[in-house]
Design a protein around this ligand. Structure first.
Ligand code: NGO
Length: 539
């Protein structure tokens, strides 16, 4: 008994120490105000899990006893009643309407509204919660969500959704009652970058499918959506100055299907849809390799002046833009120019991976020039870790996927890192040998494997101060339908969301899998075709 208590006390001290080390500016955005280092951190416990089943687990949560019941008479009161807060309130009202049948109005208020209502406010918001943090106080009479910034309110209302019964996510009217446990929550993310990537190049997915994926990621408080827009098998965005890229280069896919592409209006629609969910779209045009679709569309981009055939296989590393031709840089400039103009986010992802058909000196020369072009269009560069071979420009980010040494080269040049280790975070890896979809080159990634790692300990020598966050990519060589996207993404994505958001201390699979099990009915209600792995005690 005494030994157990000693362990608990030692454990709590370690937790506080680890938490102190954890809080630092992650650098993905202009330095945000960070929470104070003395904020108490709870280790998520099984009893808390039973109370709330939240994913990601909040930084601090106390159950205060009793519950709040959402009635048809409830209103969502926002303060100040700006267009932005009214839109956030309306997002919540729209999410609650189909299953409750309640037409909940969004109303202006000054100060807390009457009992029975929901109150969303930035008035008196605590700046130490940062841009995405929030506090949520639920009593038997009122739900108060307070944040320093509107983004924090948006993140916090996902917590409100998750505290309601799973049936709240149904698209048809359900019985209720719509109760939430009384809690006090104070919450903010560990990392500024919490991403999901969708490869629309190997197989194309429509704007409708993409927006659905974005809305689902919002439920788990993710904030970066990386669109892999071009590859050997397809070019998926109209570039007005080079129209054949989409028309011809987008005309097929892996396996020889019909392909497809986004118009610029589609892309803008996706960007705006993401922005309304406080999610930044990161466009990627992969270069100088992974460019067969572009090379097939324009003969002049090839060193020999001959356009290759379209490619529908799955090999990598065979294509390259012609590094020595001036037209190549006109092409890059035109493409970056058009995409940058449509992209409000600070970053442009230039790929840069697996350029085995480009000599090393050509690769370095190309990446250096491409970075200059991207910077000249007022975008910061992101590249896969491979671009560390070049001279990185200031504030570039590198995306770690396979090689720790290369990644550290980039860090030595001052770059910060997005962690997407293929063996842990690639959503295209099979769960087990029996999984019909997916690949195995980086290993099998069970739900437990996907959850049980920490960004800080993945690459030895890489410290947390160099890490901006985590991103889970879904490459789509074997992914053809919306149901396939769901199956490989869920339920692993909530785990990556928790790695990116929640304190490392106290995170453990045994506790997490119970909370994840409680998300089964939620994902079902949301219409998600998730993998019902036997690793998880599904409810
Ligand atoms: C690699 C490769 C991609 C593949 C993916 C499949 C990177 C960065 N480049 O990851 O082209 O689609 O593996 O797992």
């Amino acid at each position: 008994m005494r030994t157990t208590r000693l362990f608990v006390i030692v454990g709590m001290c370690l937790a506080l120490l680890a938490f102190g080390a954890m809080i630092k500016d992650t650098g993905a955005q202009p330095p945000a105000l960070r929470p104070p280092t003395n904020t108490p951190i709870p280790s998520p416990t099984a009893s808390q899990g039973a109370t709330t089943n939240l994913i990601p687990m909040p930084v601090s949560l106390q159950s205060t006893g009793g519950s709040f019941t959402l009635a048809s008479s409830a209103g969502i009161y926002v303060e100040p009643a700006s267009a932005e807060l009214t839109a956030i309130g309306q997002y919540l009202a729209d999410k609650l309407k189909p299953s409750t049948g309640f037409a909940i109005p969004v109303l202006a208020t000054t100060g807390a509204p009457a009992n029975g209502n929901l109150y969303l406010t930035t008035a008196g918001g605590d700046s130490t919660l940062g841009t995405e943090g929030y506090s949520l106080t639920i009593t038997s009479t009122l739900v108060t969500l307070r944040a320093y910034q509107p983004t924090g309110l948006f993140r916090g209302l996902q917590t409100i959704r998750q505290l309601l019964p799973a049936a709240i996510e149904n698209s048809t009217v359900q019985a209720g009652p719509w109760t939430m446990p009384a809690v006090t929550i104070r919450d903010y993310p560990r990392f500024a970058w919490r991403g999901y990537m969708l490869d629309v190049a190997r197989h194309f997915f429509s704007a409708v499918e993409v927006k659905r994926a974005i809305d689902l990621m919002a439920y788990y408080k993710l904030n970066r959506f990386h669109l892999h827009l071009s590859d050997d098998q397809g070019w998926r965005l109209v570039i007005n100055s080079w129209p054949n890229l989409a028309i011809y280069g987008g005309s097929t896919a892996v396996g020889g299907g019909p392909g497809g592409y986004f118009t610029q209006a589609d892309y803008t629609d996706i960007v705006n849809y993401a922005a309304a969910r406080y999610i930044t779209v990161i466009p990627e045009i992969d270069m100088p390799g992974h460019t067969n679709a572009a090379l097939a569309s324009y003969a002049e981009l090839n060193c020999n002046g001959v356009a290759p055939a379209l490619y529908t296989g799955t090999n990598v590393g065979f294509s390259s833009l012609c590094v020595s031709k001036a037209i190549t840089y006109t092409f890059v400039d035109n493409v970056v120019n058009e995409i940058a103009a449509l992209t409000p986010g600070a970053y442009f992802h230039m790929g840069g991976d697996e350029s085995s058909a480009t000599t090393s000196s050509d690769y370095i020369s190309f990446v250096n020039q491409a970075q200059g072009i991207i910077n000249s269009h007022n975008k910061l560069v992101i590249g896969w870790e491979d671009i560390s071979a070049s001279t990185l420009t200031a504030n570039s980010l590198i995306q770690h996927w396979n090689n720790g040494t290369t990644t550290l080269n980039g860090v030595q040049q001052g770059a910060k890192v997005i962690m997407s280790p293929a063996s842990k975070a690639y959503l295209d890896m099979k769960y087990s040998r029996q999984t019909k979809l997916g690949q195995t080159w980086a290993g099998l990634i069970s739900i437990q494997t996907g959850y049980s790692w920490d960004p800080e300990t993945q690459v030895s020598g890489l410290s947390e101060s160099s890490i901006v966050g985590v991103e889970a990519p879904l490459w789509t060589e074997t992914i053809v339908t919306r149901a396939d996207i769901d199956y490989m993404t869920y339920p692993r994505l909530p785990g990556y969301a928790e790695i990116g958001w929640s304190p490392a201390t106290g995170r453990n699979w045994t506790e997490y899998k119970v909370r994840l099990g409680a998300h089964g009915p939620r994902l079902t209600a949301l219409g998600v075709n998730f993998f019902r792995s036997s690793e998880v005690p599904w409810q």
